[in-house]
Ligand binder design. Structure first.
Ligand code: FES
Length: 143
């Protein structure tokens, strides 16, 4: 497992958070503020909602910065993300392209950059971590 990921569990499900992927879309704490509390430490309280509700909200994260795995499915250090059945590209208003599905992102040399179920790609040109969105679009008033 990537050392940058942090994990939180309620014994039934484990939620992983990768701060490098977080674009502060606010979806998690707008949908479930009793669990996702950005000003608390730890910021995810897995005891504050049902497993089903936590999973429902985790699936809304546009970049998979938060993801989950059922504890019964945990093996070694492998993170198996649930993959949507449909490949989809969405344009987030004033923000990045959100790509979801089963895909591999490669650089110009064909080297695999990412293998995951969701990613946010910079559309504004201001990201310091291209091709990924790093949230910079919020500071440049990108339209
Ligand atoms: S679209 Fe988010 S940094 Fe460019």
């Amino acid at each position: 497992m990537d050392d940058e990921k942090r994990k939180y569990t309620n014994g039934e499900v484990t939620v992983f958070w990768n701060p490098d992927l977080c674009i502060h879309a606010t979806t998690c704490y707008m949908e479930l503020p009793e669990v996702f509390k950005p000003f608390d430490r730890p910021w995810i309280d897995m005891s504050a909602a049902s497993t089903e509700r936590i999973i429902e909200v985790v699936k809304l994260c546009p970049t998979a910065a938060i993801d989950f795995i059922m504890n019964k499915d945990l093996k070694d250090d492998e993170l198996v993300a649930e993959t949507p059945a449909v490949f989809e590209v969405k344009v987030k208003p004033k923000g990045p392209y959100i790509i979801s599905g089963d895909f591999t992102l490669q650089n110009e040399d064909g080297k695999t950059l990412e293998k995951r179920s969701r990613v946010a790609l910079c559309r504004c040109g201001a990201s310091m971590n291209k091709p990924f969105c790093d949230g910079e679009h919020s500071f440049i008033n990108f339209e």
